[in-house]
Design a protein around this ligand. Structure first.
Ligand SMILES: N[C@@H](CCC(=O)N[C@@H](CS)C(=O)NCC(=O)O)C(=O)O
Ligand SMILES: [Fe+2]
Length: 350
């Protein structure tokens, strides 16, 4: 199986991608709105088709990427029916399964952090995605969104601690840099829910957590009750051309689009002068500005048009693209594959 754990540093949220090796069908668990372009790029680079996105609950601290992923990739939105959100394609009930190729996840109702929390258990019970029901040596708070410490205690004890000790726990968040745990480990060492802790002890513990209110709750909960559909059209990378973000975070554009639309962009070639006129040649209208000279020459680049950057293979121009972005150029893209691909595609040269 293909498996990735991804992190959103703003909300300390973990997003997971699971893919079936043979069919290339995949699911994503707990995508974050602001990270959707990253997730789309990784799915594309790994050759995966996204069947569904699953949220473990209606989050209070970040907006889900479920709606935006459906817009971009046509994936179906799965969420507990009891979460009460609109726009859900697969309203899940306890015991339902979501398939991706030959593999599947089983939804187990684990209410307590919110009343609609689900834990997703892989078909062979080797992995459980617990959302905020069970965190590493911790658990989700129970002081809002119909939270209940007694319900959470029973959820964890009956639905998660009943899994094999070897089952890996993949949580919804971690605020200390921990990445995973196991059922056996949490049964022994979770200070709130493990060992000989009784329900009464847990309830008192949870009444005394003393956590600050999540900063985003007033924005996140209403948006997540629409599966992350924004109230306004989200800004698009693509407003000037077919720009795609790579997983490395570089906006890229295809050389053939640049050849056809050369007059719509400033095309900057960041190679050295001797390369510009050597055997690869250069694209018509390209302006020579070697990478090392960009910091001094930024002022020469007009902001009246988007900027496309090119070099030999696309590596130096990727660095230049990021440099321009950091310096206030929003409409900027790397010409993917550089002059090597440009020539391989028999595009016009000077
Ligand atoms: N400081 C965070 C809030 C973090 C928070 O409350 N997280 C929830 C999960 S959505 C939780 O249950 N945290 C448990 C804990 O921190 O122990 C923010 O402002 O967003
Ligand atoms: Fe949460």
């Amino acid at each position: 199986m293909i498996f990735r754990q991804l992190f959103d540093p703003v909300s300390s949220t973990y997003t997971y991608i699971l893919g079936d090796e043979a069919s290339r069908q995949a699911v994503i668990i707990d995508p974050v709105f602001d990270q959707v372009h990253r997730d789309v790029a990784l799915l594309r680079e790994l050759g995966l088709t996204l069947a569904a996105s699953l949220d473990t609950h209606v989050h209070a601290d970040h907006v889900t990427g479920a709606w935006l992923l459906r817009e971009e990739l046509g994936s179906r939105i799965a969420l507990a029916a009891s979460g009460g959100a609109t726009g859900v394609d697969l309203p899940l009930r306890h015991g339902d399964r979501v398939a991706f190729g030959a593999r599947s996840l089983e939804a187990r109702a684990t209410p307590g952090h919110t009343d609609g929390c689900m834990t997703y258990v892989l078909d062979d019970q080797a992995m459980a995605f617990t959302g905020d029901a069970l965190l590493i040596r911790g658990c989700g708070r129970t002081d809002f969104q119909q939270g209940s410490a007694t319900r959470l205690f029973h959820s964890v004890r009956t639905q998660i601690f009943s899994l094999p000790d070897s089952c890996t726990i993949w949580p919804g968040h971690d605020y200390a840099g921990n990445t995973s745990s196991s059922v056996g480990e949490e049964k022994r060492h979770n200070p709130r829910l493990g060992g000989d802790v009784r329900e009464e002890d847990f309830v008192v513990y949870m009444q005394n957590l003393g956590l600050a209110h999540p900063r985003m709750i007033d924005v996140a909960v209403p948006a997540n009750l629409r599966c992350g559909e924004p109230e306004f059209e989200p800004g698009s990378l693509q407003d000037w051309g077919p720009v795609q973000l790579t997983f490395a975070g570089v906006p890229e554009i295809a050389p053939e689009w640049i050849e056809e639309n050369g007059e719509k962009v400033h095309l900057i070639d960041v190679r050295e002068p001797h390369e510009f006129n050597a055997e690869l040649g250069h694209a018509p209208g390209a302006i020579l500005m070697p990478l090392g000279t960009l910091p001094q020459r930024l002022g020469e680049i007009g902001k009246d048009k988007p900027v496309a950057l090119i070099c030999r293979s696309g590596a130096r121009s990727a660095r230049a693209t990021l440099f321009l972005r950091q310096n206030g150029f929003d409409r900027v893209a790397n010409v993917s594959g550089g002059m090597l691909r440009w020539r391989a595609m028999n595009l016009k040269v000077e």
